[in-house]
Design a binder for this molecule. Structure first.
Ligand SMILES: *Cc1c(COP(=O)(O)O)cnc(C)c1O
Length: 472
């Protein structure tokens, strides 16, 4: 009997199959009962329960799966619960659990070569580009999230500006650059500039107007100022759905300005991208996004695809390819066989080895259909408007700004918002996050939750009012 090759697979497949089925039942039960399972704090001894050591001896799938169900699964982030409104966290989709099972079974490497998973990603990205409205020659790639997508987008902007030689010569001999963001732009822009070597000093913050949108007159002044001192305007960042207020910049206005001055237009549309699928009036919030040179967005937020998954879209496929392609001879493309294929995603991003992120998206769209996502996204906008109405009608709460999409912030007459948020989280009544708007501490709801109903909104506001009264 040969023993090589038998160390890591199950010793008894029948046994393993029973354990897997049992695990699946427990996962399904958890998803089915999601509305009774809010976030809960970790037990004090979680570290002990989970610790591993160099001497760890395998306990087999039955026991390890029991740990998954008892010591790990109950202590999730809580974003699967219908009254989770804190931060912008997607809710997850049961059908994607099936997709993840198949993806792990196939264990495909989506960096390149000629196999089915590449075709799934191609089909998924074609759908995405179709939704985006970008021109025919645009291309896209799936990423871990918007943070990574931003690095890809700004790298393409750099290469368009300075030529692909910059890949070899680096940024040291380049003139100083400037990247324009409005107040409230996500920190991932700064992080991208840090890792690219430009540093956050390259950021030029532009004022917002009374509608919380980038003020285009201020933008013009900022660009003129920099040009006069020899700084090269590298990119202007439009925000489609800002973190704090859910506001959308006037993308058409910025696009026109960028086109006129030949400056790269990037849209951070991490969650806001998806109002493109919503009904009017929300759909119009992203009018002009199709004129961008690059767009970043997340599937793990408003599309509810399980973590992690985002995308970077670039208007020019050739530029995208030439920014990242790098093939040593062991990666040379072959005429035929597994080493063939005309689309190697390692040519379009940072990763060589890549997971099969596309399958969970493809499965979600194939099984649920685009229309259901449209309805779900529109519902969230309506629910946020309802929340704003209830806040307006309350003597204890004050709306911080008019709601434009899916973010509602409000201050309270009594008590500390951080304490109120923590209390509601600990009782499992609702998860709000907190922020500061125009100097006022606020509770913040960012609703990207497909399980939320209007009753959940009413329940959550009643719970907040009670917590405020308790603080009196
Ligand atoms: C979440 C978010 C990001 C960062 O995206 P990740 O997927 O977390 O990397 C960037 N911009 C906005 C507006 C966001 O909401």
């Amino acid at each position: 009997m040969t023993i090589e090759g038998s160390h890591l697979d199950p010793k008894d497949w029948d046994d393993f199959s029973r354990n897997m089925h049992e695990l699946m039942d427990k996962c399904l039960a958890r998803m089915k009962n999601a509305s009774e399972l809010p976030w809960q704090p970790n037990p004090d001894d979680i570290g002990e329960r989970l610790s591993l050591s160099k001497k760890t001896i395998g306990v087999g799938s039955e026991q390890s799966f029991a740990h998954l169900c008892d010591d790990i699964m109950p202590y999730a982030t809580g974003n699967t619960h219908p009254r989770f409104f804190g931060w912008v966290h997607g809710t997850g989709l049961p059908v994607c659990v099936g997709a993840e099972l198949v993806a792990a079974t196939m264990n495909s490497n989506c960096g390149g070569r000629d196999h089915g998973a590449i075709e799934v990603e191609r089909a998924t990205l074609d759908w995405l580009l179709d939704v985006s409205g970008l021109p025919e020659n645009a291309s896209a790639i799936l990423t871990t999230g918007t943070s990574q997508a931003t690095i890809l987008a700004l790298t393409a902007a750099r290469n368009r500006q300075f030529g692909h030689d910059v890949r070899k010569t680096g940024i040291q001999a380049l003139p100083k650059i400037a990247v324009y963001v409005r107040k409230g732009t996500h920190s991932c822009i700064g992080k991208a500039l840090e890792v690219m070597g430009f540093g956050t000093d390259a950021i030029h913050v532009v004022d917002t107007d009374e509608n919380m949108q980038m003020d285009i007159a201020s933008l013009k002044r900022a660009v003129e100022e920099d040009k006069a001192t020899g700084r090269v305007p590298l990119a202007i960042i439009g925000t489609a759905g800002s973190v704090n207020t859910g506001s959308f910049d006037q993308l058409h206005g910025i696009a026109d300005f960028c086109a006129e001055h030949n400056i790269w237009f990037h849209v951070d549309a991490a969650f806001g991208f998806w109002v493109r699928l919503a009904e009017a009036p929300w759909q119009h919030l992203v009018a002009g996004m199709e004129c961008a040179n690059s767009i970043s967005c997340d599937f793990h937020k408003w599309m509810s695809v399980p973590y992690d998954c985002g995308a970077c879209m670039i208007y020019d496929r050739t530029l995208h390819f030439e920014t990242f392609t790098s093939r040593p001879n062991y990666l040379e493309q072959q005429e035929e066989g597994l080493g063939g294929g005309d689309l190697w995603f390692c040519d379009y991003g940072l990763e060589l080895s890549r997971g099969f992120r596309a399958l969970k998206i493809w499965t979600a769209i194939k099984s649920i259909g685009t229309d259901a996502f449209s309805s779900s996204i529109s519902d969230n906008c309506k629910q946020t408007a309802l929340m704003a109405e209830l806040v307006d009608a309350s003597d204890l709460l004050t709306l911080a700004f008019p709601v434009s999409s899916n973010v509602c912030c409000f201050s309270v007459t009594h008590g500390d918002v951080n304490k109120i948020a923590a209390k509601l989280q600990l009782t499992g009544e609702a998860v709000f996050s907190t922020t500061i708007i125009k100097g006022s501490p606020c509770l913040r709801a960012a609703i990207v939750n497909h399980r939320t109903t209007s009753d959940d909104i009413r329940y959550a506001i009643v719970a907040v009012e009670k917590a405020v009264r308790d603080m009196m």
